[in-house]
Each structure stands twice: as C-alpha cells, then as structure tokens.
Design a protein around this ligand. Structure first.
Ligand code: KIV
Ligand code: ZN
Length: 388
C-alpha cells in the first residue's frame, strides 16, 4: 500500500456549503491559487451543475490551476456529469466526483428510491462518467450509516465500472474514530476488487471528531486520501480541518508513517485568506492556525521555550507560516521572558539591578493591565538607559 496520503481540499465546494460562506468567482480563484501554492493534490472546485455561477468557477479554476487535480462534484446522473466534464475540459488533470446516497434513511425518505434503483443508478453513472474522464471518484453519501452489505455490493460494482477513488463519507458526523476506522477496513477486506481503487475518508465535525475519525480511517482503515477544508469550514459544524490533519500526520510521522505533499509554510496565509473572504473568524485557540496556537503566557512555559523551544512546542510556528512563536508578556511572565523582550527591542539596561527594578515595575503594571504591548515596556525603562 502507498505511503503517500493524498490531500483533497473541498473548501470551495463542501466548505462553501457552510451557511453564509458563499464566495464570488474571483474569491474562489484566489483561494484555488493559494491551495495550489499549498500543493494540495486535489482541489474540489465546486459543483458545476448546481448553477451557471458554479460552472464558471469550476471552469475558471480548471483553466488557471495547473499543478493540482481539479474536481467537480456531480449527482449520479448524466446531466450533472456532462456539466462537470464540460467545466473541467481545460484542466491539466480532471476528476469527476459522483455521489448518491446509500443509507436506508436517505434512499427511502430523500431519494424515494429502492436500493436496487440506487445500485443501478450508481453503476450507470460511473460508467457514463468514465467515458468522459479517466479519474472518477465515487461517494456513497451517508456511507457510514449505510448497510455494509449493500455498500459492498455498490462499491464492488462501481469499481468494476472504473471508479478509481472510493470515498466513504460520514455525512452527518456520527462516527467514532475506532468504529469508523474498522468500518473502512471491513469494507476493504470484504470487497474483492477493493485494491483497484484508492480509499478516501470524508468526515463531518458534528461531534467534534472529524479529524480523529479521518485519522482512524487512515490508520486503521488504510485510507490514502483525506477530504478536508481550510479552517474546517463546512456545513453545520464543518469538515475535517486541513491544517490539523496535515500537521498531525507530519508531526506524528513516527506513528502514521505517511508522507504528505503539502507546503506547510503556506497554511497560515491560506487560513487567513479563507477567514477574511468568508468572514468566518478563526478562534484564538484553534490548533495550528489560531492566534494563540504558538503563544506562551505562563512564566514557566516562557522560560522553557526560551531555553529550548521543544519544551513546549511540538511543531515550529515558522513551519506552518507564522513569522515566529509568540511570548505573550503578562502577569504570569517570568524575568527571563522579560529580559529576552528587552533584548529583542534593542533595550540595554546597565546592570542586573536595573533589569530587576524594571522587571518589578513591569509586574506591577501587568497586575493592572491585561495586555502589555512593546510600547508599555519601552515606557517602563528610563530614556537614558535605552541604546538604539
Ligand atoms: O458529506 C457528504 O456526504 C458529501 C458528499 C457529497 C461527498 O459532501
Ligand atoms: Zn460533506
């Protein structure tokens, strides 16, 4: 099995399905270019048949982006698939992503179709798509809540018809990591031609486990593609977050043993771009891209980090696109952090006694003021002792 993990970004499709996150064509194009800079393997650019606007977005991205595979989502019908193929015509590498729901609940209540009808539609649509584009992904929507016997039947058939990637969505974020991982493994073991396709995970975050479930799908289930979005953007509680899954696999390579192509230093700029474009604020304590992800406020931590960064940092801020880690000066800070900040500001005090006196004034101020800025520090130290 390959030791490469394919990163499939769906910020522009599933991410945009987040209420209030719709983007213009130019905004999507800008984000797609940033995703290409990130070296995302596959960009799901939209759902070409859903509107003329989305068709144009997919088409524009397919023309502009040359390094990533460009994908368009399609329901399992000829019209959707033809629209996707047309929008992707000029792509350097194109993928059509065909989906149809397979859970009893969705088939009966939403599609009003029998399992046999769904089976037949999945088969025919993948055959139709395969005649237009070589790279076909198939998703049984609500796959995780589907009957595994039925799922095996459908997946075996679509692989026979030429699907090259099989994606198993946890559409409503209902999965638990170990169960989801074993669900994928079970399908792979039971389907005789399963090794003819790359297996993919697509997890929603309704119970806050999208990243954990995706990682289990990879580790236990053997999936080699993860579908994710920048900042975890997506319907309801969102999708698996790209920055978290990528940095988990990279930071714990000892455990996962997998490579990812992502140019991680572009992660923070991508996160900011998506946040500014959609107006969705990134929470300060968000892993990897939150403002506090590499900030140290307590004296003990600051002292440790100043002596050796890996005392309290498992990743380097610079590796994900921050300019540096952040020592936040406040009432919990110690003398070492204060002294380091004086040095960074070009402040040279005459003696250790002067530093101690300034440190006491700083602690006094920090008790009264929650945010201490560099200007406050400069004001603390006497004019004549500042050497620029
Ligand atoms: O969550 C989901 O089931 C989807 C599919 C269309 C892949 O987004
Ligand atoms: Zn989804």
């Amino acid at each position: 099995m390959s030791d490469q993990l394919i990163i499939f970004d769906t910020t522009l499709r599933d991410g945009e399905q987040s209420p209030g996150a719709s983007m213009t064509r130019d905004e999507k194009l800008r984000i797609a270019r940033q995703l290409e800079r990130l070296k995302v393997d596959v960009i799901e650019a939209g759902f070409a048949a859903s509107s003329n606007g989305d068709f144009e977005c997919v088409q524009a991205i397919a023309r502009a982006v040359r390094e990533s595979t460009i994908c368009s989502l399609s329901r399992a019908n000829d019209r959707d698939i033809s629209r996707s193929a047309e929008a992707l015509k000029d792509a350097a590498r194109a993928r059509i992503h065909v989906f149809i729901a397979t859970s009893a609940l969705h088939m009966e209540k939403k599609l009003r179709m029998t399992p046999d009808q769904v089976f037949e539609q999945a088969r025919q649509s993948v055959r139709f798509a395969r005649n237009l584009v070589g790279d076909i992904e198939f998703s049984p929507e609500d796959g995780y809540r589907s009957d595994p016997d039925f799922l095996c039947r459908v997946i075996e058939e679509v692989i026979k018809e030429g699907a090259t990637t099989i994606n198993v969505p946890d559409t409503v974020g209902y999965a638990i990591p170990e169960l989801y991982g074993n669900f994928i493994l079970d399908l792979r073991q039971r389907i005789p031609n399963s090794d003819k396709a790359i297996w993919s995970v697509h997890c929603h975050n309704d119970l806050g486990m999208a990243v954990a479930n995706s990682l289990a799908g990879v580790k236990i289930g053997g999936a080699r593609q993860v579908e994710c979005t920048i900042n975890g953007l997506g319907e309801r509680a969102g999708n698996c977050s790209l920055e978290e899954i990528v940095m988990a696999v990279k930071t714990r390579r000892d455990y996962f043993g997998l490579d990812v192509n992502i140019a991680t230093e572009h992660i923070v700029p991508a996160s900011r771009m998506v946040s500014q474009t959609t107006g969705f604020v990134v929470q300060p304590n968000k892993a990897v891209v939150g403002a506090n992800a590499f900030a140290h406020a307590s004296g003990i931590h600051q002292d440790g980090v100043l002596k050796a960064r890996d005392t309290y940092e498992i990743m380097r801020a610079e590796d994900v696109g921050w300019s540096a880690n952040k020592i936040v000066l406040g009432k919990l800070s110690g003398r070492n952090a204060f002294k380091q900040r004086l040095q960074d500001l070009g402040v040279q005090l005459e003696s250790e006694t002067d530093i101690n006196a300034a440190f006491l004034r700083f602690k006094d101020l920090a008790d009264r003021k929650s945010d201490i800025f560099d200007e406050d520090i400069l004001a603390l130290v006497s004019e004549e002792s500042v050497a620029h």
